[in-house]
Design a protein around this ligand. Structure first.
Ligand SMILES: [Zn+2]
Length: 311
């Protein structure tokens, strides 16, 4: 049975070596076996060293390689009984060209789409969702690599070219990932066996989010704020709604529209929509307006002038 190349042995590092140790050893060996230095005799070795470094220096590739090694070791142990010595002896062989070709398929497969290649080098994907999608929930498609039984030999052929006798292959698989309504920014969802999807909530032009409440600023004209009345507001989703403005509404007053916020992630109970009033004079401000406001002003001795720290 074909054993995978032992990249750790090739790079002369232990299986727990950290990135710095791997890099240092790679540099030392690459100098030593560079064809310019060692000539033809070092060429194969030099190629192996570079192949090993390409895998072990990339955390995602290294993790997949380690997983395949474990699977292979388990398989050997099962098929050959106790005999750990024999297993590790097989590991010492560098003659597993067919595993190398599988590995190429896994990570550099020319038939792979751009999307799957992207997932290959990133163990955690990120998706950006809108506040509207937070309100309703959403489904996104994601393609990640999964360990699958070999579709050619189903684990029955030690000489199988597709799986190199491992009985398992890594294959891209498409998932429909459900983003739950009320999802928090930064939530990480599991996809398949070992992939993860991080959810980012994109900023919204009209509303900010405070847990399950939505917060926005709404303009109200000064005369309407004085007399009271009704304005029309477009909520995050759905049809515009009429909102009552009480008489004598001040700048900064917060209007609370119950149940028009985002659903709570765990209870599903909707939060509120909070609208902070910003007063605005009507435009255009006519001569009639000027005259009327002068009359109003004449009725009052209060001029304002109290100072407060900003909120
Ligand atoms: Zn197979």
């Amino acid at each position: 049975m074909a054993a995978p190349k032992d990249y750790y042995k090739i790079l002369e590092v232990g299986e727990t070596a950290d990135a710095a140790a791997i890099k240092a050893s790679y540099r030392k060996l690459a100098r030593k076996y560079h064809p310019d230095v060692s000539g033809k005799s070092g060429e194969e070795r030099f190629k192996d060293i570079n192949e090993a470094y390409e895998v072990l220096s990339n955390p995602a590739k290294r993790a997949e390689y380690d997983q395949l090694r474990r699977n292979f070791a388990n398989r050997k142990a099962r098929s050959q009984g106790p005999g750990y010595q024999r297993v590790s002896h097989e590991w010492d062989g560098f003659n597993a060209e067919d595993f190398g070709s599988i590995f190429e398929d896994l990570f550099t497969g020319s038939t792979a789409t751009r999307a799957t290649q992207r997932t290959r080098s990133a163990p955690e994907e990120t998706v950006s969702v809108t506040l509207e999608q937070v309100m309703t929930g959403a489904t996104v498609q994601l393609t990640v690599n999964q360990i699958k039984p070999c579709p050619v030999c189903h684990g029955t052929d030690p000489d199988c070219a597709r799986c190199g006798g491992l009985g398992q292959v890594m294959e891209p698989q498409r998932f429909d990932v459900k983003i739950p309504a009320g999802v928090d920014d930064g939530t990480v969802l599991r996809v398949g066996e070992h992939a993860r999807l991080k959810v980012q909530v994109a900023p919204h032009p009209r509303f900010a989010r405070q847990h399950s409440d939505l917060v926005g600023r709404v303009t109200v004209s000064v005369p309407l704020a004085a007399t009271g009345g009704e304005i029309t507001v477009a909520p995050l989703v759905g049809d515009p709604v009429a909102v009552k403005i009480p008489p004598h509404t001040n700048q900064g007053k917060v209007l609370r529209l119950r149940g028009m916020g985002l659903p709570d992630r765990s209870t599903g109970k909707p939060g509120d929509l909070l609208l902070e009033v910003t007063l605005r004079f009507p435009e255009p401000f006519t001569e009639d307006d000027d005259r009327l406001y002068q009359d109003i002003s004449a009725l009052h001795h209060e001029t304002g002038g109290d100072v407060h720290a900003p909120r």
